[in-house]
Ligand binder design. Structure first.
Ligand code: 0O2
Length: 220
């Protein structure tokens, strides 16, 4: 997609994207602190990886076109909710809601919208928890409330989503029927793997608790 804009407009876009970048910096710091504190209190890390990105102008333009809108700053800030995006991957599905609780307890973060594709996966098999949040960014002369989309999913869900995303673009959104079926099957397998890993993890935790109890009994 070719973007033709004059220099003032380019400057305005640069400024806008910089503010989104500041919002990402803030969210990333918050998540890092929450994860470290959670680890300290519960001896468990709910977050495996955090990836963040600013949507590039050509993708913003494509998304606006999909919505039948022109590429303007006003339209982009109003209609594109994932200009700033954070993707959090965790080991277990139960961690997803723990992270959600931690984020929603932050005084300076407002949750504007929740899309729960875990409770209601998309027909293609896509699963993830999407939070549209707003965070204040304190600038030299003003405060801007900036929207950030947070996607939270397990490693297995993320593995599936990144392959599906590649296939979707590879076939220019016209994915052959047999691959759609294969992807659905793979989504079920990812869900099976999530359950299995959780069961194994819970067994291990039970074993650890039993072992601790045994040791305490010996000491008493
Ligand atoms: P990219 O390239 O990842 O940025 P809305 O305006 O909120 O109604 P939106 O933003 O499309 O519509 O809503 P949604 O459902 O929250 O989707 C936002 C992002 O979620 C997408 O961004 C994808 O990153 C991801 N996503 C949603 N559905 C799917 C899916 O079926 N498969 C995969 N792999 N990812 C999905 P973009 O801009 O589409 O793409």
């Amino acid at each position: 997609v070719k973007l033709r804009h004059d220099s003032t407009e380019i400057e305005e876009w640069r400024n806008l994207l910089l503010i989104y970048k500041f919002a990402l910096d803030e969210i990333n710091t918050k998540l890092k602190i929450l994860n470290e504190e959670f680890q300290f209190v519960h001896q468990h890390n709910p977050i495996e990886h955090i990836k963040s990105r600013i949507k590039d102008p050509s993708s913003i333009k494509r998304k606006l076109q999909r919505k039948g809108l022109k590429m303007t700053i006003e339209k982009a800030t109003k209609h594109i909710h994932d200009i700033a995006g954070v993707r959090i991957t965790c080991a277990f599905a139960s961690d997803i809601y723990k992270i959600y609780d931690m984020v929603s307890c932050q005084d300076d973060i407002s949750i504007l919208k929740v899309k729960d594709y875990l409770k209601e996966p998309k027909p293609n098999g896509y699963k993830s928890l999407h939070l549209l949040v707003e965070i204040p960014v304190f600038l030299t002369n003003r405060t801007e409330n900036v929207k950030v989309e947070i996607q939270i999913r397990t490693i297995a869900m993320d593995f599936w989503a990144s392959l599906e995303h590649k296939i979707y673009y590879k076939y220019d959104k016209a994915v052959p029927e047999y691959l759609i079926d294969e992807l659905k099957e793979a989504a079920e397998m990812a869900q099976y793997l999530d359950h299995k890993m959780k069961r194994i993890h819970d067994e291990m935790m039970m074993y650890k608790v039993k072992e601790k109890l045994e040791k305490t009994r010996v000491i008493i």
